[in-house]
Ligand binder design. Structure first.
Ligand code: FAD
Length: 451
C-alpha cells in the first residue's frame, strides 16, 4: 500500500503548482496524470497568461521557448469593430505560452523538488473510509497496485472532473449548469505573409451574435502565427465550426495563404467558483473548482494561485493533524476572499453582458463609457470604481442611452455587495448555509433584472 501526505489528481497548472509547493515544504507528494509524461501540459487553450502570477508565487517567469510572445496589453473591440479600446497596464501584460513547453516546465519543477509523478495513471474513484476520503483507486501503466492513500486528496483534474459527484459535501455543485460554461474552439494558424496586427497586443472581440455568451480572440504567437478562437454558450455548440469559419476564419484570414498547425475544442466555466472547495480529506482546485475568470475565460493564473493556497491550507491542517472540512477551511478563506470575490463580481457582469444586445456593447465601447484603465480595473479586480469626475463624463457621453448607464450603475452596486459578502466568507462550515442564501439572493436580483 502506498501512503502519501498529498495525492494530487491532475498535473495541469493547479496540480503542478500544488505539487511543487507541497514537495518544497517537505511533504510526501504524489502527482498523477493520465497522460504520458511528455504530453503533460498539451491542452487546447488560448495560451495567454498574465505575468503577475510568477511574481506572486515567487517562481521564475517563463523563459524563451516556454513563451512564444511577450504581450503588453489587450485591444478590446465592440461588435462593429470600428474602434478599439486599448487596455495596457501591468496586470494585462504577460505571455503567449507554448502550452506544452510551459506545462512540461511546471511538471519538471515539481519533480525536481521531490514530487513523485505517476504518469499514464488514471484516478478512477475516491476511497471513502469512516466519513473521510483517504485515497484514490487508480489504473496505471507505470506503477504497480491499484490504490494510493494520503491525508489529503487534491482534485485538480480539470473541467471534466468526476470526483465532485463522488462526495457528499453540502453546497458543492456536482454538475455545472449548461448556462455556466462556454464551448470554445481554436486553431493555431501559420500564415505565409507576416500578420498585420500589432504583435504586442492580444485582440478581443465582444459580440453577442458572432460569439453569443463568449468572445472572439486573436492572439499573435509570433510574426506569422496566431491562436484564433472563440467561446459560445452551450446552446449554440452545434454551430461551433460553422461560426468559426464564417465569423473568424473568413474575416480574419480570408484568402491569405495559411496552414493549420492544430485545432480543437474545449469547455471552460464562466461563473462564480464553487461555494466550498473542501470536504473531509478532499480539496478541489483549478478548473475542478470552477476557478476561472467569468469574463475572460482565463483560468491559468487562478488555478496556479489555488494550487498554492491548497498547500498553505494543508500545512495548517497538518499542524493539528485534522484533515476534515473544518481543518481545511483555510483554503476556502484564502480562495474566496481573493479569487471568489473577484470572480463572483465578474460573474454578475457576465450575466448582464450575455443579455446585452450588440448595440449596447457598441455604444458602451464607442462612447468610451469606460476607459482602457477602467476596464483593466474591472477585469482585474471585479470592481467598477467610478470617481465623481468620471461619472459626469459618462453621463454626458451616455445621455442618449440612459438604460445602459442605469444598468452599469446597478451592476456596480451589486458587484460591490457580492464582493463584500465574499470578503465576509464564513469562518466555519456551520455558517455556510446562511452565507449561500445571501449570495443567491444577490444572484436572483441580478438575473431578474437581466432576463
Ligand atoms: C479553448 C480554451 C482556451 C483557454 N484559453 C485560456 C487562456 O488563454 N488563458 C488562461 O489563463 N486560461 C485559458 N483557458 C482556461 C485554462 O486552460 C484552464 O483554466 C486551466 O488550464 C486549468 O488548469 P487545471 O490545472 O485546473 O486543469 P487542466 O489544465 O485541465 O489539467 C487537468 C489535468 O488532469 C489530468 N486528469 C484529468 N482527469 C484525470 C484522472 N481521472 N486521472 C488522472 N489525471 C487526470 C489531465 O490529463 C490534465 O493534465 C482556456 C480554456 C479553453 C478550453
Amino acid at each position: 500500500m502506498k501512503n502519501f501526505d498529498l495525492i494530487i489528481i491532475g498535473a495541469g497548472a493547479a496540480g503542478c503548482i500544488a505539487a511543487y509547493f507541497g514537495a518544497k515544504k517537505g511533504f510526501k507528494v504524489c502527482l498523477i496524470d493520465g497522460k504520458p509524461r511528455n504530453k503533460i501540459g498539451d491542452k487546447i487553450c488560448g495560451d495567454g497568461i498574465g505575468g503577475q502570477i510568477f511574481d506572486f508565487l515567487k517562481i521564475p517567469h517563463p523563459k524563451k521557448g516556454e513563451y512564444l510572445n511577450v504581450i503588453d496589453g489587450a485591444k478590446l473591440y465592440p461588435p462593429d469593430t470600428r474602434n478599439s479600446i486599448t487596455i495596457k497596464d501591468r496586470s494585462q501584460a504577460g505571455y503567449i505560452i507554448d502550452r506544452l513547453a510551459f506545462g512540461q516546465r511546471l511538471v519538471e519543477d515539481a519533480v525536481k523538488v521531490g514530487a513523485i509523478l505517476y504518469d499514464q495513471t488514471h484516478a478512477l474513484s475516491l476511497i471513502h473510509s469512516k466519513g473521510q476520503i483517504s485515497g484514490v483507486s487508480i489504473k496505471s501503466k507505470t506503477v504497480d497496485g491499484d490504490k494510493l492513500h494520503a491525508n489529503l486528496v487534491i482534485d485538480a483534474s480539470g473541467f471534466h472532473t468526476q470526483f465532485r459527484k463522488q462526495v457528499d459535501i453540502p453546497f458543492l455543485t456536482k454538475k455545472i449548469a449548461s448556462t455556466d460554461y462556454i464551448v470554445c474552439y481554436r486553431e493555431i494558424l501559420r500564415l505565409k505573409n507576416p500578420i498585420v496586427v500589432d504583435q504586442r497586443y492580444i485582440s478581443i472581440y465582444m459580440d453577442n451574435i458572432r460569439a453569443p455568451g463568449g468572445y472572439i480572440w486573436n492572439f499573435p504567437r509570433n510574426e506569422y502565427e496566431v491562436n484564433l478562437g472563440f467561446g459560445i454558450t452551450d446552446k449554440f455548440k452545434h454551430h461551433l465550426l460553422d461560426y468559426y469559419k464564417k465569423y473568424l476564419y473568413e474575416p480574419f484570414i480570408g484568402n491569405e495563404p495559411c496552414t493549420k498547425i492544430t485545432g480543437g475544442s474545449g469547455l471552460v466555466s464562466v461563473c462564480k467558483p464553487l461555494f466550498t472547495g473542501v470536504g473531509n480529506g478532499i480539496l478541489f482546485a483549478g478548473d475542478a473548482a470552477m476557478q476561472v475568470n467569468p469574463i475572460t475565460g482565463g483560468g491559468l493564473i487562478s488555478s496556479m494561485q489555488a494550487g498554492y493556497y491548497a498547500v498553505k491550507a494543508f500545512e495548517k491542517a497538518n499542524e493539528v493533524e485534522i484533515y476534515d472540512a473544518l481543518g481545511l477551511w483555510e483554503y476556502n478563506l484564502l480562495c474566496q476572499k481573493s479569487i471568489g470575490a473577484e470572480f463572483a463580481a465578474l460573474d454578475l457582469l457576465r450575466l448582464a453582458f450575455q443579455k446585452w444586445p450588440n448595440d449596447f456593447l457598441n455604444f458602451t465601447l464607442e462612447n468610451k463609457l469606460f476607459t482602457g484603465d477602467e476596464i483593466s480595473d474591472i477585469t482585474g479586480t471585479g470592481e467598477i470604481s467610478l470617481p465623481f469626475s468620471s461619472i459626469i463624463g459618462k453621463l454626458i457621453r451616455g445621455i442618449s442611452k440612459p438604460r445602459i448607464l442605469l444598468d452599469l450603475y446597478y451592476l456596480r452596486n451589486q458587484m460591490q455587495v457580492i464582493k463584500s459578502l465574499y470578503m465576509r466568507y464564513p469562518t466555519i462550515p456551520a455558517y455556510l448555509a446562511q452565507w449561500v442564501r445571501q449570495v443567491e439572493t444577490v444572484y436572483d436580483n441580478v438575473r431578474n433584472r437581466f432576463k
